[in-house]
Design a protein around this ligand. Structure first.
Ligand SMILES: *[C@@H]1O[C@H](CO)[C@@H](O)[C@H](O)[C@H]1NC(C)=O
Ligand SMILES: *[C@@H]1O[C@H](CO)[C@@H](O)[C@H](O)[C@H]1NC(C)=O
Ligand SMILES: *[C@@H]1O[C@H](CO)[C@@H](O)[C@H](O)[C@H]1NC(C)=O
Length: 282
């Protein structure tokens, strides 16, 4: 109960009033210099607002990762056993830059004006996509950044499936490849069922389309048509859409090719944009 209260999860708010409150909190808390919201790392509103002690999940290496997963599950962020399994297997500690605490429920900067999402956002996206991450399925991760989610997808779809990351910053592609090599997904990358490509994620990655699952890790103004085209009938895409106010949308392609779209929750991601605009920070 304590955890549920402390996390109170911001990720579940829906009404505009709540959203405005949260938004002002996110704007003003950093101004008050509260130690536990670092403006440099708060592009996501979907943070677990807990006290510093409660947000710091102790333990190093795999035990720290395991505690993190347990707490997220305890908070009610996700319930799927498959999600717990893959998050325990893929150590978030392999995917952050040196000196960054990996097991705090907060997005962390990884350079190039990019962040690794907070663990609870990863958990939520994995749970939303879980039915479409069965063994043998194809998954696309747009804006794959550190490679964390791509690695999780690869484990879930297995060596008969395909997990594809697309990232437009070449240095980050190299970073993610190194991260994955340290992780439990290393052999899948070696065998070829996991791959990361330099490219403009708005164009997807046609080579391995159609995809059962598509995840977009940056907010688009509208859903890119190429991604809709590359979604398989019966497939599901999770994508943040909007500017300042963003909705995490769940897009399903029906068997007749029509789309069903719903808003899952309000979020705040960095924009899905060109490489130049991103490096300029505009
Ligand atoms: C990425 O790694 C490849 C192979 O190791 C190397 O050739 C390339 O220069 C690297 N790119 C960047 C931008 O660091
Ligand atoms: C999702 O939220 C937006 C506003 O953020 C709204 O315009 C839209 O109608 C909502 N879509 C659905 C399917 O509820
Ligand atoms: C990030 O964006 C800011 C503007 O907000 C820009 O000044 C800076 O150069 C960018 N940083 C990187 C590493 O591209």
């Amino acid at each position: 109960m304590l955890w549920r209260d402390c996390c109170g999860y911001l990720t579940q708010f829906a009404s505009t009033a709540t959203r405005l409150t949260i938004f002002s909190l996110a704007i003003f808390l950093p101004l008050l210099s509260l130690p536990w919201i670092d403006p440099a790392i708060s592009p996501s509103l979907g943070n677990c607002i807990c006290s510093p002690m409660e947000r710091f999940w102790g333990g190093n290496g795999i035990s720290g990762n395991k505690n993190m997963v347990k707490q997220l599950q305890h908070c009610g962020v996700f319930s799927s056993e498959r999600v717990a399994e893959v998050m325990e297997k893929i150590d978030r500690g392999c995917f952050v830059t040196d000196g960054t605490p990996p097991y705090i429920d907060s997005p962390m900067t990884i350079g190039y004006n990019v962040t690794i999402s907070a663990p609870h956002m990863h958990a939520m996206c994995l749970q939303l996509l879980e039915p479409n991450l069965q063994p043998g399925m194809h998954a696309l991760d747009v804006g794959s950044g550190t490679g964390y989610l791509t690695a999780c997808f690869a484990i879930m779809v297995g060596n008969q499936g395909r997990a594809v990351g697309v990232e437009h910053i070449p240095e980050l592609v190299n970073f993610s490849v190194k991260n994955i090599q340290k992780s439990e997904a290393a052999s899948l990358m070696e065998e070829g069922s996991l791959s990361i490509h330099v490219g403009d994620g708005r164009e997807g990655w046609p080579e391995f389309a159609p995809y059962d699952a598509i995840h977009v890790g940056a907010a688009a103004k509208e859903i890119p048509q190429a991604l809709i085209d590359q979604l398989k009938p019966g497939g599901r895409m999770v994508i943040p859409v909007g500017n300042v106010f963003q909705d995490l949308k769940v897009v399903e392609k029906n068997s007749d090719g029509t789309l069903s779209i719903r808003n899952e929750t309000a979020v705040r991601y960095v924009p899905l944009t060109s490489r130049d605009a991103q490096l300029r920070g505009s």
